[in-house]
Design a protein around this ligand. Structure first.
Ligand SMILES: [Zn+2]
Length: 308
């Protein structure tokens, strides 16, 4: 049996050397600490087997992704945010199947879901909703590497099925504008699971991209549509959470509907946007790179209800 202390024995001398070197560097620099901490590296990928051929991929740079392996073909869902993380994801898929990766399904056009596309081989089928394709074409102006990865298979309402084999099936659904105007839902009926991209958040309000024609009311409609699917869905995979269940989706619907009702009541009382934000304790987050300010859910609801 290998001693559990072996790795520690190996690490200790290295750690001591690093400490000594750091200490002497500090002395040489007149006791000042290094000015810039090193850029944190993306955490390693962690693959979680969900059911059948369905796997969730956490870690790396960007949002969670997924992949689905069948006897004939493998399918990726979203592309991570960097070429390195996309390559690491491809390596994880290759460990689990000898079937070729034929298809990348893109849930929506945000960078943390698509910027890793250039890490995938060229010539794959890239599937997206029509509106997502239009957003990716716009994004390609700033990120030319994406130009070779513009979705080449798009749809407006649903793709039933995208794939059907003896050992699995993938359906693609669209419920209308929600996080953006082009969010698709990947449905794995045999596994009673969906992958929803950014259509589910826990512990924080969902983000609605008004500049991509998202809608908070559409978001709630989409969540209700997911709960109504038959056969019943039990596992909800998201770009930014561990696997969730029906109770998590129900709780998010309740929380969003509660905020929508409260904002509506305040508008009926003639209260201003500033009043509404104050009542919910909303402080504006600083503008993102490029000058776009992230709107809170409450502000988004106010703007939707007042038609602004
Ligand atoms: Zn997103």
């Amino acid at each position: 049996m290998r001693s559990i202390f072996a790795p520690v024995k190996r690490i200790l001398p290295v750690a001591l050397t690093v400490l000594l070197l750091a200490a002497s560097a500090l002395l040489a620099a007149g006791q000042t600490a290094p000015a810039k901490p090193a850029q944190p590296e993306a955490p390693p990928l962690v693959v979680e087997a969900i059911a059948g051929g369905l796997h969730l991929v956490k870690g790396g740079s960007g949002a969670n992704t997924a992949f689905y392996v069948t006897e004939k073909a493998a399918f990726a869902v979203d592309a991570k945010m960097s070429v390195e993380s996309a390559s690491a994801m491809l390596a994880e898929i290759a460990k689990r199947t000898s079937a070729p990766l034929t298809t990348v399904i893109i849930t929506h056009s945000d960078g943390d879901h698509i910027n890793g596309l250039p890490g995938f081989p060229k010539g794959l089928t890239i599937v997206a909703h029509d509106n997502c394709k239009a957003d990716i074409e716009k994004a390609a102006a700033d990120l030319p590497a994406i130009k070779d990865y513009i979705p080449n298979k798009t749809f407006d309402q649903a793709l039933l099925p995208l794939f059907k084999g003896t050992d699995g099936r993938i359906d693609l659904l669209y419920f209308g504008p929600a996080h953006t105007s082009g969010d698709l839902v990947v449905w794995f009926p045999a596994e009673k699971a969906v992958f929803v991209g950014d259509l589910l958040f826990v512990g924080r309000d969902p983000l609605i991209h008004r500049h991509k024609n998202g809608s908070s009311f559409g978001y709630v409609k989409t969540l209700k549509g997911l709960l109504d699917l038959a056969p019943r869905v039990e596992v909800f995979l998201s770009g930014h959470a561990d696997p969730l269940g029906r109770a998590d989706v129900e709780a998010l619907i309740a929380s969003m509907e509660d905020k929508q009702a409260k904002v509506k009541a305040m508008i009926a009382e003639g209260r201003s946007l500033e009043d509404v934000k104050k009542a919910f304790g909303i402080e504006d987050r600083p503008a993102a790179a490029g000058g776009r300010r992230w709107l809170s859910l409450v502000e988004t609801i106010y703007l939707e209800l007042t038609g602004k």
